[in-house]
Design a protein around this ligand. Structure first.
Ligand code: ZN
Ligand code: ZN
Length: 251
């Protein structure tokens, strides 16, 4: 009986699965996400050489985490940004597919990348979030897309940090035109007063979650709304951070 069970388990372990990104067949490893070796190699996490406040990459990945000049002179309203990788290559293609087609199979991968970004730089006890808040979509856009690209991937992060995930704390107060292709100043104008946060965040540390940070205008307005409602600290985590000088090409 035991032998038969062992044999069945071995057959299941050896069964080929399909890569959730490219669809190729492969033998799965003992990991949470199903990626073939080729996609795994292309989706390498950025582990160093960036500004810890805004994620701006330094020239070399081997450089230590140091503040960029922009964050020293005019820091963003959030206190730290965690991200999995730069919005480029396969990561960029995955996010575009995730956002623009209802490809729900990518939720676990997006969630996995957020968790990895959080594991790389654990929060100190003073910073530890009390609540995780996804960047909201306007109800009309949510209806069009069918899901919020920030909410579902935030669930594994909430489980990992044992912090509640609350999607109703931050709301869009008005419909804004799509941010795609807009330069930074126009994004800012487009988003002015577009968010409102619930006063239940008073005195609490908030972790904001989004899929990608482009110019930072969305995170900026969300963080400001949270502080306006009394949040003590706002930190942010995204799957991808746009490299500098690439804003116009991003989705
Ligand atoms: Zn693949
Ligand atoms: Zn910076």
């Amino acid at each position: 009986m035991m032998q038969a069970l062992r044999r069945i388990k071995r057959i299941i372990a050896l069964r080929e699965r399909r890569c959730m990104v490219c669809g190729d067949c492969f033998r799965p490893q003992q990991t949470a996400v199903l990626l073939c070796n080729s996609c795994r190699r292309q989706l390498v996490q950025r582990t160093g050489g960036f500004c810890p406040r805004c994620g701006l990459p330094h020239a070399l990945e081997s450089m230590p985490l140091t503040l960029c000049s922009s964050c020293i002179s005019t820091p963003p309203p959030w206190l730290s940004l965690r991200f999995y990788g730069l919005y480029d290559g396969l990561l960029r293609r995955i996010i575009i597919r995730y956002k623009h087609t209802p490809d729900l199979t990518l939720h676990p991968l997006m969630g996995h990348m957020l968790c990895q970004a959080l594991r790389l730089r654990p929060f100190s006890p003073q910073e530890k979030p009390d609540v995780i808040v996804p960047v909201p979509l306007h109800p009309a856009r949510l209806h069009m897309r069918g899901f919020n690209q920030s909410y579902l991937p935030a669930r594994p992060a909430a489980v990992m940090l044992t912090v509640p995930l609350q999607k109703n704390i931050l709301r869009r107060t008005r419909y804004t035109s799509a941010q795609t292709g807009l330069p930074k100043e126009e994004r800012r104008r487009n988003l002015r007063d577009a968010f409102e946060a619930d006063s239940c965040v008073r005195g609490r540390n908030v972790l904001l979650v989004d899929d990608v940070m482009t110019t930072g205008a969305t995170l900026e307005h969300c963080a400001q709304a949270l502080y306006h409602a009394g949040a003590q600290q706002v930190h942010a985590v995204v799957a991808a951070r746009t490299p500098p000088h690439a804003h116009r090409q991003t989705a």
